[in-house]
Ligand binder design. Structure first.
Ligand code: NAD
Length: 620
């Protein structure tokens, strides 16, 4: 290597490794100056913020994650020169200042121009907008994440409405389907059956030691696209980028994991570019043992407070995993609980438009899986909380249709356990249209993963039964949506209040523009996770989900209602996430499940002060 490794490593590491600075005899770096230069999470800044907001002296900021480097600084080496340009965490590209170029041996390695981050953003967005194929935009964003992490997050935060459908549903679905062909560099951590017995060692291979959130999938039910095996990795990667962009959780404390137990997807098994194990899925004991080893290793390596978010597991495993680990780990299933919380928020908000209380409504679901039964249960819990009626009673307001028809008492014996609470007394009904006519719901929710199932007749029936039918077509991606926004508005003659899982453009109907809402989990899970982290929660409880729903519903403004929206726009998502985090954290403290003590006085301020912001930091 051309440069003096020790010297430059030490110099560059100065912001995070004070002991190292001293030992190398380098001039001490001015941490206060770094704070002024926009570095969030810098020690001095965080203390100040947390004290101002009456908070705990808990260092959540970026540099606190590097405490272990004080002990073994040589395990973490970020160098100058070309190595610095190749490190996405620290690279600023053309935004390195003249002085930084001198100090870090970058002269000649960059063209002479110095850009601001804003100019870099403008140029990158211009380039991304040139791509006509959405998958190409996705690939451009992934390349950027691998090249310049702070610019990636700045762009994502500043252009959230435009880029969310790219890094998340629907485009991430296509990316997972083609993951093998578009694969360039590994992202996230892969744990396959080959690693059985060695999972703790595998976790130790991950370069970051302080992890706060893990999103894990086994790829068996990716969005509504089915079993994509190991290629499901796009989902944990995408979700965690939203944890950072929307919830302000530091990128370095996020760990995407894919557990590869094989796939039953024949197309993938026969695809020469498939990146996973080429075998049928392991099930039963073999599967359970691998998952159990993973869960134990995570707790052993990262401690009690690491949040493990289960993502896109097939429902036969999802419910069991949540059941099995919710009393021993900090676990959250976004498909079951996150969806439930976001949909409940939309329902609570919609009451302003449709009138009545939640208990005055009747709910019919198409699809009784993770999303459907999760939402159904949270609705029943909220009604129970509001009316003080037992949840066994309030469940009777909610009906579900699965692939065999309306879930009714006579089917009880043959039902999967998570469907049983919804088997109400009624004669069997096969088709959705007949169920709508029989149950007369005020709210129709699609969570079947099957597109085009809210037919013209179904929507017309809802419109004939209700002044303002609430129709939620939640299935993702767009191709699987139960109906489109245009269909909902035109078939209901403009009466429907509509929201969907995947985004739809506004629709013109009868001289009016209707703006469909997106019942997107991204509203909830980043703020929910942040709330758990800032309170040091050790377990998740349903009350926290209800708190998140109420906080999100409270963020819908009159201006949003006037447009028929039941969710606030994503442009304010970081503010929304801070409010959700504060409500969730408040509930964690109330339930005695918080470990960060004492409780900060102003939780919203505290949540905001903890959030990662992607502005460049000065390396001088
Ligand atoms: P799941 O596999 O657990 O459940 C699907 C359910 O639909 C099952 O009960 C199945 O029996 C039923 N079903 C299948 N075909 C049907 C048919 N033709 N008629 C009636 N019922 C049928 O899946 P899930 O996790 O519940 O997800 C379902 C869909 O919801 C997916 O498309 C997913 O992307 C979407 N989803 C959306 C959001 C959101 O928008 N916020 C969140 C989570 C899931």
């Amino acid at each position: 290597m051309r440069f003096n490794w020790r010297r430059h490593t030490c110099k560059f590491l100065a912001p995070t490794t004070k002991r190292l600075v001293g030992s190398c005899g380098e001039p001490k770096l001015n941490i206060a100056a770094m704070s002024r230069n926009g570095g969030e999470g810098v020690v001095g800044e965080d203390f100040k913020n947390s004290e101002e907001s009456g908070g705990v002296r808990d260092l959540y900021g970026e540099d606190s994650a590097t405490e272990d480097q004080l002990i073994t600084p040589w395990t973490f080496s970020v160098a100058s020169g070309n190595t610095l340009l190749r490190d996405p965490r620290y690279n600023k590209g053309l935004a390195f200042t003249e002085k930084e170029r001198d100090a870090h041996y970058l002269r000649g390695l960059l063209p002479p121009a110095v850009f601001t981050q804003e100019l870099q953003e403008k140029r990158t967005m211009h380039n991304i907008r040139q791509y006509e194929v959405p998958l190409h935009k996705y690939m451009a964003m992934m390349d950027l994440q691998e090249r310049n992490e702070r610019l990636f997050y700045k762009i994502l935060i500043d252009n959230v409405e435009e880029l969310l459908p790219i890094v998340y549903t629907p485009v991430v679905g296509e990316a997972c389907q083609k993951y093998g062909s578009i694969y360039k560099r590994p992202q996230g951590l892969y744990i396959s059956l080959k690693e059985k017995g060695k999972i703790l060692e595998v976790l130790k291979n991950w370069p970051e030691k302080t992890i706060q959130v893990i999103v894990v999938t086994d790829g068996e039910r990716i969005l509504g696209l089915g079993d994509l095996g190991c290629q499901g990795m796009g989902i944990p990667v995408g979700k965690l980028s939203l944890y950072t962009a929307l919830g302000g959780v530091r990128p370095s404390s996020c760990l995407p994991v894919t557990i590869d137990v094989g796939t039953n997807n024949e197309t993938l098994l026969n695809d020469e570019f498939y990146t996973g194990l080429r075998q049928k899925r392991a099930t039963g004991k073999e599967y359970e043992e691998l998952l159990d080893e993973f869960m134990r290793a995570v707790k052993q390596n990262y401690g009690e407070k690491v949040l493990i978010q289960f993502e896109d597991f097939a429902n036969h495993n999802a419910f069991n995993l949540l059941d099995r680990y919710s009393s021993s780990h900090l676990v959250f299933n976004d498909d079951i609980q996150g969806t439930a919380s976001v949909v409940l928020a939309g329902l609570l908000a919609s009451l302003k438009l449709v009138g009545g209380t939640l208990a005055d409504h009747t709910f019919l679901f198409l699809g009784a899986g993770e999303a459907g039964t999760g939402i159904a249960e949270l609705i029943a819990l909220e009604i129970s909380k509001q009316t003080k009626a037992p949840v066994e009673e309030t469940r009777k307001k909610v009906w579900l249709v699965d692939s065999k028809g309306l879930i009714v008492r006579s089917r009880l014996e043959s039902l999967q356990h998570f469907k049983k609470p919804w088997a109400h007394e009624h004669e069997p009904v096969k088709a959705l249209l007949d169920a709508v006519k029989a149950i007369k719901p005020t709210v129709l929710i699609g969570s079947s993963g099957v597109g085009k199932t809210f037919t013209k007749e179904v929507v017309e029936a809802m419109a004939s039964l209700n002044e303002k039918p609430l129709i939620l077509a939640l299935s993702n991606p767009t191709s699987q949506s139960e109906c489109t926004a245009e269909e909902a508005y035109t078939w209901s003659k403009g009466k429907a209040i509509f929201a969907s899982g995947s985004p739809f453009d506004p629709v013109k109907y009868g001289g009016k523009v209707y703006a469909p809402g997106q019942a997107n989990n991204a509203y909830i899970f980043p703020g929910f996770g942040l709330g758990l982290i800032i309170s040091g929660a050790i377990r998740v409880r349903d009350e926290m989900l209800l708190a998140a729903s109420e906080a999100l519903a409270a963020q819908v403004s009159q201006e949003n209602y006037d447009k028929g929206l039941i969710y606030p726009p994503f442009t304010n998502i970081r503010k929304i996430s801070a409010h959700i985090a504060a409500s969730v954290a408040a509930k964690v403290y109330e339930l005695g499940l918080a470990s960060h003590l004492p409780r900060p006085k102003d939780l919203v301020k505290y949540a905001e002060s903890c959030m990662y912001s992607p502005g460049y930091r000065s390396y001088l």
